[in-house]
Design a protein around this ligand. Sequence first.
Ligand code: UFG
Length: 341
Amino acid sequence: MKKILITGGTGYIGSHTVVELQQKGYEVIIIDNLSNSSESVVDSIAQITGIKPTFKKIDLTDSKATAAFFEKYKQIDGVIHFAAFKAVGESVENPLKYYHNNLFSLINLLDCMKKNQINNIVFSSSCTVYGEPDSLPVTEKASIKKALSPYGNTKQICEEIITDTTKTSSLQSILLRYFNPIGAHSSALIGELPLGIPNNLIPYITQTAIGKRSILNVYGNDYPTPDGTCLRDYLHVVDLAKAHVIAIDRLLENKNKSALEVFNLGTGNGFSVLEVIKTFEKVSGVKLNYKIVERRAGDVSQIFSDCELANKELGWKAKLGLDEMLSSSWKWENYINKTTK
Ligand code: UFG
């Protein structure tokens, strides 16, 4: 059984990926510092798959603890690196927190991988590296623009660190640039658990619908888009998780065409904020309380992916549509609302 290390494996995308990997027969080890997740996620994963993954609470910025972990768990075939801070606004307020955590974590991880001859990494990147794109849909060839936030900058720098390391070592790397992952597992046992007031659209919608928030602010309706609100390429987190399994399979089976590969992961469809609200109202049967407010600083007006490369090379295509994404988010919101009462 091949062993895969998932950093940030109790987080939102990490936990869904652990489930898919276990269901494909991989043995999974999770490390996470629990800074934005809970250890109970390990039990929820076990409830879904029937297998409890090994879990170690480790902060990857702690180089000694990270080295000690690798000393103990030498036989790792590949790593999927999710562990990172991800709130755009917070990164603007506290850039050092983001540079320190996101960069040192990766550097320590790569050091340990090198020392222990672990040569396969899949990295969790983001379409944020494209900034405001010159043309749509965005392909992997689009230029990398100056990042709009320290968070985005850490994704760009991490991509560069991996690229440079790949050039000069035995490392084989796949960078996955996600568009907007939303939704939750169909079991409703795992999903996104934002702490405090959510920054992202979908948790804000579901929390407003369930009554935790009084009103949803729609940030701007004067963008150059069909209804004036921003367009994003939303994709189901389970589709996204499956792409990670394909990527790690590809590395372990030496099917990659070069030592470093980059893939966009999205659906290729752009939906406006108002379209998302309408679809949510349709699938949930709940009328949403919302109002149009000023634009949010740093938002790009529209971005959606060209995923031909992932389709052709990985044989991956997002299958689940916006209805399924939003109904699974709604089911998850209802589940957490019940269990946390
Ligand atoms: N929006 C609202 N009201 C809200 C929240 C969001 O109108 O309360 C709007 C935003 O203005 C934007 C759209 O909904 O037009 C989507 O916003 P999100 O915050 O959900 O997502 P972003 O596209 O801003 O960013 C997300 C992640 C980043 C990641 C980026 C690209 O938050 O971490 O996708 O991958 F970098």
